[in-house]
Design a protein around this ligand. Sequence first.
Ligand code: APR
Length: 180
Amino acid sequence: MNQSPRLEAVMADITRIAADAIVNAANSSLLGGGGVDGAIHRAGGPAILEDCRRIVARQGGCRPGEAVITGAGNLPARYVIHTVGPVWTGGARGEADTLASCYRNSLALAAAHDCTSVAFPGISTGVYGYPKEAAAGIAVHTVVEALAAGSTVKHVIFVSFDAQGLALLKKEIARYPLFQ
Ligand code: APR
């Protein structure tokens, strides 16, 4: 039976989410950092970084908007999808399109690895400075478009680390009653 797609927003530490894949807000080196990147590598253990190093050896780093996939080490998820968000510089340099590509490419990669559930953090809304409200709108709209187009991903969890971000995500999801 073709399960209807569902979106939800939760406030949690994404390293504890047992989705098939969780998404990491990485940087183009793929070699770790602070924020959610640091949390995922810390909780997941060295196996994730080893996978990243193999990818870097093969293809170099990861361009903004692109995504790569690794194992999840000690995490409850099966995979970690590492995507590189845009650095916010005022919005006149294609940041919105790059952010949308992060969500689109991460979902495509998840589907290619038979994931039916994917958890996203607020890509670019921390160190990279993307305004949270605009980012939440792009995140939810891009995911709805992909799920409506028939993605095999059926459950997307938007994970916020703060109450303000959670409220913004819930407001955006409420625009799409068919996906609740
Ligand atoms: N679980 C869920 N969300 C988290 C967690 C966590 N454990 N830790 C942080 N966040 C949230 C932040 O509050 C923010 O809303 O993830 C969002 C993304 O913030 P960053 O991690 O700073 O990511 P980003 O803004 O995309 O900047 C990426 O930061 O850590 C470095 O290596 C990373 O250079 C890259 C840059």
